[in-house]
Design a protein around this ligand. Sequence first.
Ligand code: SF4
Length: 442
Amino acid sequence: MQQAAAPKISFVSLGCPKALVDSERIITRLRAEGYELARKHDGADIVIVNTCGFLDSAKQESLGAIGEAMAANGKVIVTGCMGAEPEQIEAAYPGVLSITGPQQYESVLDAVHRALPPVHNPHLDLMPPQGIKLTPRHYAYLKISEGCNNRCSFCIIPKLRGDLVSRPANEVLREAENLVKAGVKELLVVSQDTSAYGVDVKYATSIWKDREVRAKFFDLAKELGELGAWVRLQYVYPYPHVDEVIGLMNTNKNVLPYLDIPFQHAAPEVLKAMKRPAAQDKTLARIKKWREECPDLTLRSTFIVGFPGETESDFQYLLDWLEEAQIDRVGAFKYESVAGAPSNALGNAVPEEIKQQRWNALMARQQVISAKRLKRKVGTRQQVIIDEVGPTVSKGRSKSDAPDIDGAVYVSSRRPLRVGEIVTAKIERADAYDLHGTVAGF
Ligand code: SF4
């Protein structure tokens, strides 16, 4: 009997790592039901666009992607953050088949089933247990919660995604274990506010491998560290219990000495206007203490310059703070007003050219700090996970580098390396953002 051809779906994933996790979940389910992914819109039976609605520029990008899909294919399902406010999409493209918001996996699947019923696929069970991944196979994002209980004035995520909803610890651990079994070497723990994990469920326990595990930042990090893969903690706010996790980084080599803390600013008045969680004047002292306790700790952060009302002295405060804190990795953004964000009503907007000047000044200052921090690594040995192989030099990352956002380590090797392999490299040279070295052990 001839097998019916599998229905084909073209998938566009826009936005942040959290949206990528949503895309992976939808694709995993669709593959499990026998759908195939198409490389192009015009060869597909249907197109799914997972949108981002964080900034107005992201909305424009999302609308553009929907437009392309409509033109090339015509059968389009829209999901993701922008789907939480469907009016704009409906107005621009009245012919889209369905629009759903973020994490509405079931609604997306229902829309697919209606437009394109699944066919029986005898290869169903061949699907790898971790699902189909959009990121390379050797690292994976692990989303531990949805939504956010904070109300930062520049952000509309709580409006789009709702309050914090944490996944049970055993569910997260099961997913992580499956990923590791399938070859994932690095787990990137993400959520809007990773250190708030479990607050909504009062740190409820669940059974994992015959023991009770609390849905709590420290407990989850500890258990994840036992799975054998690197565990990188992203989007952490400096709540007091983060101190315990620093200790864990010293005792469990898989819990990477790396924290991504989006400070966004340092000047007290700006932080107040931003309504940032855990904003406090003791942050510098805590960073100092963390570094004393865990000298290898790498800190990554993001900052917004030109927030409404930011004065020259606020900005200078930020530069001085940065100098003092010696943050290893920094991403900076010029403030952009987002439709629906309370900060739009603040007044005292900073002119665009001042924003640009401040952005330039911050990046220049950070480049010097980054170069200085990296220079300390010359002569050391670092473990490096290989992302891309080359004939003589391969590109990888040390424990201090998250994929896509941080620097790289370029390593030369006498024997060919494999993607996902972790090698030991002797660091010979550093520039502003990257390291260079030679493989000294496998
Ligand atoms: S912590 Fe603030 S910036 Fe981050 S998602 Fe929550 S409200 Fe938005």
